[in-house]
Design a protein around this ligand. Structure first.
Ligand SMILES: Cc1cc2nc3c(=O)[nH]c(=O)nc-3n(C[C@H](O)[C@H](O)[C@H](O)COP(=O)(O)OP(=O)(O)OC[C@H]3O[C@@H](n4cnc5c(N)ncnc54)[C@H](O)[C@@H]3O)c2cc1C
Length: 403
């Protein structure tokens, strides 16, 4: 096919999902100041969500957003709009089925208004895409990057719409499922958890008052996050295969089983939205930067969602990449140069390792069904009530709200 057009950019972002769109917004000052030419390529057509007013869908997936992420969004100028659909987390309640130990962490104890916020993903996407549309960047959507080849100073990308792009820095923010990473020879380490997360919105009979619940059961953890109104986002972990029966249940039977598994600490479950299943693995790319290439978001690391860390970690990656690019520009280094990408790696290394180890460790600790360990865990949770700093650390990190 004859290329539709041939474009040269400083940075090409493959994927305009939460991470790629955040990166586009974080590059705003450099794009608006004509310091960088940036292209974003997104395969999926944007949802017809431009109509006003926006109605939060009862089925929407939502994410727990840490205070640090809110501050990053504020620095991108998008927090005020994000906050319109955000539900504050005022208390975190951690418990274990069959054990008495419960630990609670309240925002008031820490002198803060909220421990974090829960925001529908679709709303975050809409706000980020709205900001992107104001920027003078090349937006290829819907268009899929079909091939990527290294060239002298960067990569050449072939798009499904027939155009070709040459980019000094290519950022892989494609969620990790497009096969591009593998075609570049980047291997990933994958360890399946043999678990599937069943996600749904549920409505509870009484106001949740901003309580987020994390409950550990022998079959895996259950998280319940507050949304605006009386809705909550359910993340219910199942042993692989066990979720199929629950997906097929009538709403009434599903709600009864959820009530049985979760108890009545959140009130009565009255309504459930569409259920979605996500098989869970820990996937980490063995390489996240090389000259001309950076890997971000799920393409770099897919974590167990119950710890609510994935996007928060990814957003810190976005901010670190932009900081490394800005430092590079001050030093007259190209965004795709090895100096900039080494700087990016140095900034990311410890944070990424710590979060991956923490969320994986949490799942393993609470997933082991050994009697002695169960006692230790219960004692741990009770003990956490006694030892403030440790308890705060666990509860905040377990909800992905630590940074
Ligand atoms: C059930 C669940 C619950 C979660 N809850 C939380 C939470 O509470 N808090 C939190 O911090 N994190 C959470 N996460 C993690 C969070 O959802 C991910 O970190 C985040 O979605 C990753 O975004 P991404 O942009 O990297 O990938 P994606 O969202 O997968 O986006 C990738 C984009 O790239 C596009 N694309 C793919 N291939 C191509 C191509 N070849 N060319 C062009 N475009 C392409 C896709 O269309 C897509 O839009 C959760 C994850 C799951 C599964």
């Amino acid at each position: 096919m004859t290329p539709k057009h041939d474009e040269k950019v400083d940075i090409a972002i493959i994927g305009g999902g939460l991470v790629g769109a955040s990166l586009g917004c974080a590059l705003a000052a450099l794009v608006e100041g004509a310091r960088l030419r940036v292209a974003v390529i997104e395969a999926a057509p944007l949802l017809p969500q431009r109509a006003e007013p926006w109605q939060p869908s009862f089925d929407a997936r939502a994410s727990a957003i840490a205070g640090g992420s809110a501050r990053h969004f504020a620095s991108l100028g998008v927090w005020e709009r994000m906050a319109e659909m955000a539900a504050p987390i005022r208390t975190i309640h951690v418990s274990e089925r069959g054990r008495l130990g419960v630990t609670r962490l309240r925002a008031a104890e820490l002198g803060v208004e909220a421990l974090g916020h829960v925001i529908p993903n679709a709303w975050m996407g809409r706000v980020l895409h709205g900001r992107l549309s104001e920027l003078p960047l090349a937006w290829h959507c819907p268009a899929r990057v079909e091939a990527i080849h290294p060239v002298a100073e960067g990569h050449r990308l072939q798009l499904s719409d027939g155009s070709e792009l040459e980019a000094g820095l290519t950022v892989l923010a494609d969620g990790g499922r497009s096969g591009l990473k593998e075609r570049l020879g980047i291997e990933s380490h994958e360890r399946p958890y043999d678990q599937v997360a069943l996600i749904a919105s549920v409505e509870v009979s009484r106001p949740h008052e901003g309580v987020a619940y994390e409950r550990f059961t022998p079959a895996g953890p259950i998280a319940l996050l507050p949304l605006q109104g009386q809705a909550m986002e359910l993340v219910w972990t199942h042993e692989r295969g066990q979720e199929e029966r629950r997906l097929a249940l009538s709403d009434g039977d599903f709600l009864a089983e959820l009530q049985q598994a979760f108890g009545d600490r959140a009130g009565h479950f009255r309504r459930v939205g569409r259920r979605h299943a996500y098989p869970l693995s820990l996937i980490t790319a063995r390489e996240t930067a090389r000259p001309g290439l950076a890997v971000l978001g799920n393409a770099a690391h897919a974590l167990h969602p119950v710890a609510g860390q994935g996007f928060n970690l990814a957003l810190r990656g976005v901010m670190d990449l932009v900081a490394a690019i800005e430092t590079g520009i001050e030093r007259d280094q190209r965004p795709g140069s090895s100096a900039v990408l080494q700087d990016f790696e140095a900034r990311r290394d410890a944070d990424r390792g710590n979060v991956i180890r923490f969320s994986d460790g949490l799942i393993r600790l609470f997933g082991l069904d050994l009697p002695l360990l169960s006692h230790a865990r219960a004692a741990g949770l009770v003990g956490l009530n006694l030892t403030g700093p440790l308890r705060r650390g666990l509860a905040r990190r377990a909800m992905g709200l630590e940074r």
